[in-house]
Design a binder for this molecule. Structure first.
Ligand code: NDP
Length: 238
């Protein structure tokens, strides 16, 4: 059984990942940012240990990673899942919001990887799973910052896979399509219907669809897979 650190585990896909990894017998620490109550409920439900962290601040990430190591002993699998979305015309996107999205969704991944990697390199083993988005693959109108950040996550994943593969570390990106979580709470019913119409599997995804792919990538069944973008999108982007 492995020791897992999941960022953004308090809600949505991350929370479902916490449930599935603990149910499979893994030891899990997860981070939350604002949802302390949800994090505590998830701790009671699963036994996983919550740690507060704001991924856009390197010092906060370092403290969280150190706490995770003190709970787990070592981190075998890092899942960089925390992110925020942003909708609007690029001409209305102010610089502080651009920076907030890029710092959370892209730099946050870098900070987590930077603090976790040295111990993995020393042990010559480890697994990192980043969470991109189909919009990082193809771009979304009115989601410029989010699309740019997620495209960056994909580039970071591929570069890292090449750099740390010889150290026995696998790095892959899961790229979800439209998944039923709070992140899409403001998407109109009409827009969701349109996406479902265009999706070959004729539905939106559930957090469990993504969490199962994470479980696979973290397992030995994926031991020859690195540097890949695994799309979990019902065929919407092929
Ligand atoms: P949610 O909005 O449901 O949850 C986001 C999670 O990220 C929460 O646990 C939140 O913590 C955490 N988080 C947000 N900001 C920060 C921060 N600054 N520091 C630390 N944690 C933070 O999102 P989803 O579950 O839908 O998304 C999970 C991942 O999947 C993200 O990377 C997202 O981009 C990606 N994705 C999602 C899609 C979807 O359709 N839902 C589609 C494509 C990709 P808290 O609540 O405690 O503040």
């Amino acid at each position: 059984m492995a020791n897992i650190l999941i960022t953004g585990g308090s809600r949505g896909i991350g929370a479902e990942a916490v449930r599935q990894f603990t149910a499979a017998g893994h030891k899990v620490v997860f981070t939350y940012h604002r949802s302390e109550t949800a994090a505590d409920l998830l701790r009671q439900e699963t036994g996983a240990v919550p740690v507060r962290c704001d991924v856009k601040h390197p010092d906060s990430v370092k403290i969280a990673v150190d706490k995770a190591v003190s709970v787990l002993g070592q981190i075998d699998v890092l899942i960089c899942n925390a992110a925020i979305a942003d909708y609007g015309l690029i001409t209305d996107l102010d610089i502080s919001r651009w920076e907030e999205v890029i710092n959370t969704d892209l730099s946050g991944v870098f900070y987590c990887v930077r603090h976790v990697l040295p111990a993995m390199i020393s042990r010559k083993s480890g697994c990192i799973i980043t969470v991109g988005s189909m919009w990082g693959e193809v771009g979304a109108s009115c989601e410029a910052a989010y699309s740019a950040a997620k495209a960056g996550v994909i580039g970071l994943t591929k570069a890292l896979a090449k750099e740390v593969g010889p150290s026995g570390i696998r790095v892959n990106c899961i790229s979800p399509g439209m998944i039923d979580t709070d992140m899409n709470a403001s998407v109109s019913e009409d827009a969701v219907d349109m996406i479902v119409d265009e999706t070959p599997l004729c539905r939106t995804g559930a957090p469990s669809d993504v969490a199962r792919a994470m479980l696979f990538l973290a397992s030995d069944d994926a031991s020859f897979i690195t540097g890949q973008v695994i799309s979990v999108n019902g065929g919407l982007v092929i």
